[in-house]
Every structure is written in structure tokens, then in C-alpha cells.
Design a protein around this ligand. Structure first.
Ligand SMILES: Nc1ncnc2c1ncn2[C@@H]1O[C@H](COP(=O)(O)OP(=O)(O)OP(=O)(O)O)[C@@H](O)[C@H]1O
Length: 305
């Protein structure tokens, strides 16, 4: 019996010639919110579909709530909540009818009215599904994902197409569910979403995990150093990446005899770390190292990587 909600070792999946998942390892603890990040085609949806038991794997070991999703039965299924990318709740039913209808599929469902309130659809409870906005529809999808009272909730890009306010409201909902003890796994392309929600996250590239940890830990591990920018004596912008920004600024200040024009010191964001980890930005793109100096140019810097 494992205390982890999800354990994946050496997972493999091919579609014909395409290797979608290529030896993926993942450990997701009970009670945590876990984010899966990665560029288009990295293998996130395939992985989530395998965890749901909706896609067969070609190799590796998978345990979800202590069972293998490939062979787990109905009782296991009722413990796992799923929010599909394209949910198709019956359009003619009202919100209340839809949630009550889905509740009947589960042995111990949550109270439909409470779930409608939880996802913030009280005001729309008697509205037909077809009359809901995209964001409201997505909330209904989440309501259907949690109506069975799942221990684990799997969400594939839940906030795609949300406006910023709807996204914030959705985050609150995820936090609420997490506070109630639900383990949550979500894929997202929004770095700020991963940072806001995830206790831990994994960055996937070409079907493998290239980094895993707490958002702050990943930033600290892979995003060391800082970028110092200023305006050179010729008026042109200068930029260096350095592990010792204070020293760089002190040297610059000594050189300019006081205020450094246009000075800006920035630390890498999670997005910077992510783009480097997935190879979508290189150090060179990112102003890494000595930029060549020029008149009154860059002070000597220590490379951070
Ligand atoms: N049903 C399928 N048949 C054939 N190839 C597929 C199928 N589903 C996914 N693939 C391929 O497998 C790879 C991984 O796809 P997957 O959808 O898992 O990635 P993803 O990380 O979820 O991408 P996105 O961020 O674009 O949703 C891609 O190259 C994709 O084209």
C-alpha cells in the first residue's frame, strides 16, 4: 500500500511512429496539487489519459490510488474525478438536473446543491447548459468531475479560454478542493497558474520529466543568477547575466561615479526557468554571459551556469 496518489515508473506510449511518452517517472503525493507543464506535444495529455485508465500504455508501471488504471474496476473509477478537455454535458438539461443526473453514477456522491455552490454556479442552477458561457460551462465540467467525491481529480488544461477573472475564480475553487484533501493533478500552459496552484510540478519534454519539484525549488535550482541591465555611455542598452549582481552593480557604480543609468536587476521567473528547461530559450537568447562590453562596457561577470 503506497501513500502516494500516483506512482509512474518508466512509462512508455507510442502512436505508430510517434513516441509520445518515453520513459516517464512521476510521484504525486496524496493531498498535493501537482502541475504538469511542457510544450505542445510533450506527452502531458497522453500521460493524464493513461492515469485515468482511458488509454493503454506500451510499457512501464503505473499505480493510481494503489491500483493499475489499466485493470482497475468500477469502485476505483468512482474515486477518480476527471475533467475532460471537451466535456459534453447534455445541452437541454439545466445545471441542477445535469449535476443531479451525474450524481446517480456514484456510490457516495456529494450533495448536488453543495457542489453547484462550490463551483459558483448558484445563480445559474436553473439555466440550461446550452445557455452557459464558456467559463460557466467549464465550472460545470468541474462540478461533474467532483460530484462523485473523488480522492484524486485529474484536469487537462482546465482554464484554457478563461478570461483572467474566471481563471482567478477557478484557482480559488482548486484551492478549496485541495483544502478539503482532494489530490489534484492538472496540466497547464500557464506558468503563473502552475506557480499559483501547484505544491509541486514536473516539466515534461519529449515524453520525459526534465525537472520536478516545488516551483520555488525549481527556480532556485535551475534559475540561479540575475540579469543586470543598464544604459552604456553610448546610449545603447547593456545586459549581463551574473551570479553576483551586487558586485556587478557596485563595479558599474564605481565606473559611472554614482547613478548607473537605466539600471535594472531581475531574477529569473519560473517562466524563464521553464523556457530554458524545455530548450525554447537558450542562455544566448537570454543575454547570458558577457555581452561584449564596448565603450565602458560590461564588468567582468561570473557565469551562473
Ligand atoms: N491519438 C493520437 N494518435 C496519434 N498521435 C497522437 C495521439 N494523441 C497524441 N498524439 C501525439 O503524441 C504526442 C504527445 O501528445 P500529447 O497530446 O500527449 O501532448 P501534450 O503535451 O498534451 O500536448 P498539448 O500541450 O499540445 O496538449 C504528440 O506528438 C501528438 O501528436
Amino acid at each position: 500500500m503506497t501513500h502516494n496518489a500516483v506512482e509512474v515508473r518508466g512509462l512508455r506510449k507510442r502512436y505508430g511512429e510517434v513516441t509520445a511518452v518515453d520513459g516517464l517517472d512521476l510521484t504525486i503525493r496524496r493531498g498535493e496539487v501537482f502541475g504538469l507543464l511542457g510544450p505542445n506535444g510533450a506527452g502531458k495529455s497522453t500521460t493524464v489519459e493513461i492515469l485515468q485508465g482511458h488509454r493503454a500504455r506500451d510499457g512501464g508501471e503505473v499505480s493510481v490510488l494503489g491500483a493499475d488504471p489499466a485493470t482497475a474496476g468500477r469502485a476505483w473509477r468512482s474515486r477518480v474525478g476527471i475533467v475532460w478537455q471537451d466535456e459534453s454535458a447534455p445541452a437541454e438539461l439545466t445545471v441542477r438536473e445535469t449535476v443531479a443526473h451525474f450524481a446517480r453514477y456514484y456510490p457516495a456522491p456529494r450533495d448536488p446543491e453543495a457542489v453547484i455552490s462550490l463551483v459558483g454556479l448558484e445563480a445559474k442552477r436553473d439555466q440550461r447548459v446550452k445557455a452557459l458561457s464558456g467559463g460557466q460551462r467549464r465550472r460545470l465540467d468541474v462540478a461533474l468531475g467532483v460530484i462523485g467525491g473523488p480522492e484524486l481529480l485529474l484536469l487537462d488544461e482546465p482554464t484554457t479560454g478563461f478570461d483572467p477573472a474566471a481563471r482567478r475564480q477557478f484557482w480559488e475553487l482548486i484551492r478549496l478542493l485541495a483544502a478539503e484533501g482532494t489530490t489534484i493533478v492538472l496540466t497547464t500552459h500557464y506558468l503563473e497558474e502552475a506557480e499559483a496552484l501547484a505544491d509541486r510540478l514536473a516539466v515534461i519534454k519529449r515524453g520525459r520529466v526534465v525537472a520536478e519539484g516545488e516551483p520555488g525549488e525549481l527556480r532556485a535550482r535551475f534559475g540561479t543568477g540575475a540579469t543586470v541591465e543598464w544604459t552604456g555611455p553610448d546610449g545603447a542598452p547593456r545586459r549581463v547575466r551574473t551570479a553576483t549582481p551586487t558586485r556587478t552593480v557596485t563595479e558599474l557604480a564605481a565606473r559611472t561615479g554614482g547613478e548607473v543609468p537605466g539600471l535594472r536587476v531581475t531574477r529569473p521567473t519560473l517562466e524563464d526557468v521553464y523556457l530554458r528547461l524545455t530548450g525554447q530559450v537558450t542562455d544566448a537568447d537570454d543575454g547570458g554571459g558577457d555581452d561584449g562590453g564596448g565603450a565602458g562596457g560590461a564588468p567582468r561577470t561570473e557565469e551562473s551556469r
